[in-house]
Design a protein around this ligand. Structure first.
Ligand code: ITT
Length: 201
């Protein structure tokens, strides 16, 4: 069986990656299964941060590595929280604290100006020194709700309204979120690339 390490400490991402990429031939191992040293996300873009995380995991496990750097871009906040989405309310912020800060920041923002989108940038490297990473991306458009709704997903899902579905992304069944989300799009593309380049899928 082929093994790939997923360079994330976010359990929500691990669940979604496994649903989309795991097959009888391909095992997705979470970096939690290894004692990996933490790295700082010092990049200024999703792609830089994803590469930093993937390299760190490949270096310390000797396995091919995948990483996801993602975030929420809110138009009324000039793109914030962006690459700082997981640490919006502070370095160790919980999802609830991040959501509370976001809702406070948008308190007086009217409906039509609450547009936002999730970005997901996924990278795959064969080894820590891989000079040619596979890079895939996805974007998911939505609006920021006034209060949280739903229990599925993670992060900002409870306040991210998906117009086509008429509900928040935390109210979508996980399989449906995976079909349409920023991460779902990036991983569908990644599967194709890994198939075409390396015969993985
Ligand atoms: P790793 O760096 O260990 O992967 P992280 O959660 O810190 O975990 P990021 O730096 O990529 O990951 O931050 C992404 C944040 O963006 C994440 O913590 C959520 O707050 C938000 N986010 C990304 N994808 C999301 C999704 O599908 N649903 C809800 N929120 C999401």
């Amino acid at each position: 069986m082929r093994r790939i390490v997923l360079a994330t400490s976010n359990a929500g991402k691990v669940r979604e990656f496994r649903q989309l990429l795991e097959t009888p031939d391909t095992g997705i191992l979470s970096q939690a299964e290894f004692a990996l040293p933490a790295i700082e996300e010092t990049g200024l873009t999703f792609v830089e941060n994803a590469l930093l995380k993937a390299r760190n995991a490949a270096l310390h496990t000797g396995l091919p590595a995948l990483a996801d750097d993602s975030g929420l871009e809110v138009d009324a906040l000039n793109g914030a929280p962006g690459i700082y989405s997981s640490r919006y309310a502070g370095p160790a912020a919980t999802d609830t604290e991040n959501i509370d800060k976001l809702l406070r920041a948008l308190q007086s923002t009217p409906e039509e100006q609450r547009t936002a989108r999730f970005h997901c940038l996924v990278v795959f490297i064969r080894h820590a020194g891989d000079p040619c990473p596979v890079i895939c991306r996805g974007i998911w458009e939505g609006m920021i709700l006034h209060e949280p709704r739903g229990d599925h997903g993670f992060g900002y899902d409870p306040v991210f309204y998906v117009r086509d579905a008429g509900c928040s992304s935390a109210q979508l069944e996980p399989a449906l979120k995976n079909r349409v989300s920023h991460r779902g799009q990036a991983l569908a593309q990644l599967k194709q690339e890994l198939g075409a380049l390396f015969g993985y899928y």
